[in-house]
Structures are given as structure tokens and as C-alpha cells.
Design a protein around this ligand. Sequence first.
Ligand code: C2E
Ligand code: CA
Ligand code: CA
Length: 750
Amino acid sequence: MTSESGGPRCDRGAGDAAGHPAPRESDPLRRFAGIWCRAVHPLAATTMTPEEFEGYLLPLAHRLSAALRSSPFDTEAAYEVGAALVDAQCTEPDALPAILGVIDAHLVSCSSLGLPFSVPSGESFPVPSDGPSREPLADEEARARCVRLQHALAAGFVRELRERERDEQEAISRAAMAARTEAEKALHASEAKFQAVFEGAVIGVGIAGLDGEVLVVNDAMARMFGGMDFFRPGRNVTEFVHPDDVPGAHELYRELVNGERDHFRIEKPHYRDDGSELWTNLTVTLLRDSSGAPQYQLALAEDITEHRLLRERLRYEATHDELTGLPNRTLFLERLDQVLAADADAERFGVCYLDLDGFKAVNDSLGHAVGDRMLKAVAERLQRCVKAPAELLARVGGDEFLALVTGPAAQADGAGLARRMLAALAEPVRIEGRELRVRASIGVVDGLAGEIGRAEVLRSADITMYRAKAAGGNRFEIADADSNARVIARHSLTNGLPSALEKGEFFIEYQPLVRLTDGTVRGAEALVRWLHPVHGVLGPDQFIPLAEDTGLIVPLGRWVLEQAARQAREWRDAAEDDASLRVNVNLSPCQLSHPTLVSDTVAVLENAGLCPSALCLEVTENDLIGADETALRPLRQLADLGVDIALDDFGTGYSNLSYLRRLPVSQLKLDRSFTRGMQRAPADPVDVKIVEGIVSLAHTLDLAVTVEGVETAVQAEHLRGLGCDTAQGWYYARPGPPERLHTLALADAS
Ligand code: C2E
Ligand code: CA
Ligand code: CA
């Protein structure tokens, strides 16, 4: 930027150069004002003529020129000039650049003629060393000052413009208030102001007659609905109904046009011109005439479509399962709550709680990707069973699904739905060339809405599903109070089981084993009991299966073994004659396959100071059916150490007698069912024959035979005659405390 660019255009008049008072035309600042006026007047929304406008600009030019030469230099005047230009309506978008362009090009040249700058010391410009070289330096200084004046002017301009906009906005909102609260002002006295609100508003504004005919809408409203064409003449707001209109919207509208209410606000869906959906936050206000009679309706609409979509997406994500796209537990429970809260006489409902059988094995052996695909396939098939609007299927956990049916009795049939779901899963699922069988257990709860709570429904469904599983799976069961109570009792026992061992709630009773030839006590079987804090003494049949299910049988079994071994040691210490009293301890299949069985047993015997031959471990026949050599190895090791192994409940399984040869057992315990027929004379001849056969076979295989359940003398005598070695039963003694065995053994000895 140099002064040359400005020089030739701002015709430096000779008069000025000579220093004489210039005529008006030749006054450089008047010329400046003229140039300024020509550049800016077309861009100003002013009502002034060009001459008037130039007259307005001249003092401003003087102020700028004076500021340029001020000492010390001060830009305040330029700031005020900026504001003054806004006041003169120079507010079109191009006005400011034009204003600054003229200043940049002409101010220095039009100001500096014959008027030397005073350069205060300390300014960053080099201090002139001699008179003649002043002019170029002064020019440079002038250019710098001019730039700063432009900045100041722009700042003042923008500031003023902003203030004015704010004032305008306030005026608009005041007008809006007036329009809404004092209808007659809006429509008559404040017509102009109202027009400003109407056109400038960002929100959609529309006015319709009381009959609903659309009279006028602003641009924002038209844009929202996809163009002005939407509001073509003759359109009526009553046409803008949408099937999803909030209930009661029509009533609100009717009240408004009847003058019974002044306004209402709703979220309302509409169709745009192109058929797409638009959601608005709509406020409709009644405008009355000066006498107070309803005249028009004013609608203010805010487009909340995006907002709503986002809200809907978030809601969808919160209520659906990502993997299968099915509703999740949250949504299911919402629906269930609605159904259950319905009027009691209204509806029946059925809930099916489905859990896949053996899904964990699929996941573990084939991987989670296959597991996920299986779940998707299952979800699709189940979804096909649940199609009616009154039905709902949800995935509520890894491999758990809940289905709901509602309606009149015939339709709300949980069992029917369960049957359909099982049928839908009957065909294997094909994944990566594999055919995977899908099995599921379903608990069905049917009921009458209003009569049962959500928690109870879910608990009952859960328990019933569990029953279906316990019954072998791939089936459904229907909830009933009795079975629920049984399962709940079982559950409550299971809950108390883990802590029972620590709390010392178990104890052992011993039942004598008697040698049939001479009636002497040879030992006893250890039988565990649970002194339950609530239910009293529980027999092993009531909790051993639970302990097996929960894995607690391993520590419990070890505890029984320890107690029994210590007890046997005590008996032996107390016995005077010989050290032959033995103890029998039952082993569960879980213990059999437990890796530390052998080492634990050896340690227990050592700790108790008991020789292995004083211990007999009882294993049921069923637990050994099909066991291969690997499975039998621990037992064989124990047998090799000298521990006796007895085959318990013999005769209740289906074992092949020749199979006995392969087992490391030294005793058979003949089940009570075989000896029952010999309780009274004459004995059942078939039973007699069977027992005879078994005893002879056992002896051939070098196995001793113990008979269980001997309740009468007749029976005992008969069994002795058949060659049985040992007997156990109420005839001799019921299971009891360990001290009693000692007494019995002593009685034998005497
Ligand atoms: P089991 O091994 O067959 O035990 C014999 C069962 O028959 C005992 O029932 C005993 O009380 C009962 N009994 C004995 N004599 C007679 C009789 O003359 N008539 C009748 N009607 N019954 C008689 P209990 O004590 O209820 O034991 C049931 C089962 O629990 C036992 O059957 C055994 O398999 C299991 N069990 C007991 N204690 C343990 C243990 O510590 N660990 C394991 N794993 N199982 C145990
Ligand atoms: Ca036993
Ligand atoms: Ca038995």
C-alpha cells in the first residue's frame, strides 16, 4: 500500500498545494466525502438523498482526518464514526468493506496536503534527521495510522450493529408478546411490528381462521413442511391430521376455536409435502378481536424431528437386544406390567420362560461366534411363533427368552405357545455346515391380569422352567402352586447348604454291620444327617442330591470320611479284644471322579492312624456302569492299598453280572428290595432263588455279600441260611450315635 495508489485519483487541487483556502469543490475532504458518498450511498438503506448523505459524511471525514493528524494519536473518533455510519443505515452486507476501501485509498492523500504530521518521540518510526526527507517518513506514518483508524472504525461499526440487532430483537419479541397477549394490537395497531416477528422468526409461524383455513405462514413454517406449496390457498389445518396424533389433540383444538381456552401446546406429528414425517412442538394461541371475540388462531411450530429421532433411537437401543434385535428385559417388563395392571375382568395372560438346554456346551466347544449365530437362529424361529400384536418375545439373558401372550382365554394360552416354540426348534440349526440340535426347557405361567404381581409371575416361570430342566429338558411344564412350593423348599435348602458345613450343622449316625454266622458287630456304615436350623434333622436323601448338584459333596464327603476314620480309630482304641471294627463310608460319583480322591483318602487314614483295611468305601452299582479303566483307576489304586470297595444297592441297576469281574470290588451290598420278600415266613420263593443265585455267583467271584434292610429275625435267619456274610438293618439297630456301636460291640464280646 502506497500513497501513490490514492494520489492520482484524489485529484490534488492546485489551490491546496499553494496553501490558499480552497474553494468548496477543491476542499480535499469535501472531495473525499463525495467519493465516499458515491461508494456507500447505494449500499445504505437510508432515506437520505445522495446530497444529504454526503452532507452527513463530511463532518465524519473531518473527524477522521483530524484523528489521522492527532497528537497524541487517538482512534476514538474513528470508533464513533463507525457507529455513526450504522446509524445512517449503512448496514447492508457490502457496506463496511466499501467504507473501509474509500478510507484506505483516499484518506491519507486527502488529509496530508500541506499539513505536516507531528511525530511524538518514542513512537516506533525513525525520527527524521533532516527537514527535506520528512515527507516520505510522514507518509509511512500516515499509512500506519490510517490502518489503525480503519480497525477502530470497523470495531465501532460492528459494535453498534450488534447493539442495534439486539434492540431489534427485543422489539420483535415485545411485538411477539403483544401479538400473543393483545391480539388486536398485533393485528391492527402493531401490524408492522408483527410483520417483522412473522418474517424474521426462526420458528414456524402461521395464522388460520377459526374454520381452520390457512391464511398465511412464514418462510420458516413453509420450509419445515417442504415448501410454500404445502400451504396453497384453501388448505385447512384440519387436513393435517396424522394417525399418531396424541389422543385428545382434537379436543384441545375444538376448545380453542370455541374460545374455551386461549392456547394449547402439544408435540404433534405431520406429513411433509413429500410424505416424510415431521414432528413439531406446536403452540396454538387464540387471537381475539378488539371486542374479545375469537378471530384467528396463531400457530407457533418448532421442528423437533431430529430431536425425536434421536430420542427414539436411544429408546430403541435401551429396550432392544443388540444381537437378535428382539425386545430386551426392560421392554418385556414394561409390557408385562401394563398387562398385569389391567382390569381384573379384562384379560388373561400367559408367560413362557424359555432357556436353552446345554447352550453352554455349544459356546464352550464351538466358540462364541457359533453360539451367537445359534441364538440368532433361535430368536428368528421363536419370533415366528409370536406374531399377534398381543404377543411379545424378548431375549432376557444369554440363552433365555421370555414370551408373553394376552387376550381372552382361548388366545392367552401359554401352553399352546410353548408347544409351538418347541416345535419351531425341533429342526436342527445349520451353522457352518454343522447340524446343531436345539433343545429348550420352558416354564409356563398362566394367569388372570390383576391377580398376580410381576415378581411372582417371573419367579413362578423361573421355578417351572427349572422343573422342566430337572425332568430332562426339551419340554415345557406348567406352573402349579404345589410343585412351586416343593421347588422353593429345595431352593431354600440349596441356599443354606454351603454355610452348613462351616456352621457344623452336619452330624453322622452309624448303623452296625453284623456278621451273620455269629451275630457279632463287625463295623458300621456312616450315614450323614443335617441338623437344619429351620427344618430340623434332614436325611441324606433330602440334601445329598443338592450337594451333588452344587459340588458341595466333595468337601462334605471329605468331612464324613475324616469323621468316620477318627471314629473307627476311637472304637479300635476302646475295643479290648481285637482291632477289627471297620467303618463303611458312602462315596458319590462326583467324589469318584475327583482328582484328589486317592491322596485325600490316604491322608485321612494317616491322620487318623487307621489302617486301610479298616475302611470300606461304598459305591453304587449305577455309578460304575459304563466306567472305563481310566475312571476305575482311583478305586483300583485304593483297593490295591487295602481299602475295601463295596458295590452298594446291588441289584437296582442293570449291570451285567460278568462285568463284576472287571471291578476292583470286594463286597456286594444287596439292595433292600431283594430281601423284603423274606421278612415273613414263608418267604417269597422267587426272591429266595434270586438271592441264592447272587450269593453263589458273588462267592464264585470271591466277593463277600452284605444284605441291607434286615428288619425281622425270620429274614435274618433265612439270609444266613442262604450264605450271606453280613447284615445291616433295623432288626439289629437303626442308625444312631457312635457310642451306641461301642456298647453293641462290647455286648457281643461278653
Ligand atoms: P444306603 O447307602 O443304601 O444306606 C442305607 C439306608 O437304608 C440308610 O438310609 C438307612 O437308614 C436305611 N436303612 C438301614 N436299615 C434299614 C432297614 O432295616 N429298613 C429300612 N427301611 N431302611 C433301612 P439313609 O440314612 O436315609 O441314607 C440314604 C442314603 O443316603 C444311603 O443309602 C446313601 O446312599 C446316602 N448317604 C448316606 N450318607 C452318605 C454320605 O455320607 N455320603 C454319600 N455320598 N451318600 C450318603
Ligand atoms: Ca451305603
Ligand atoms: Ca445301600
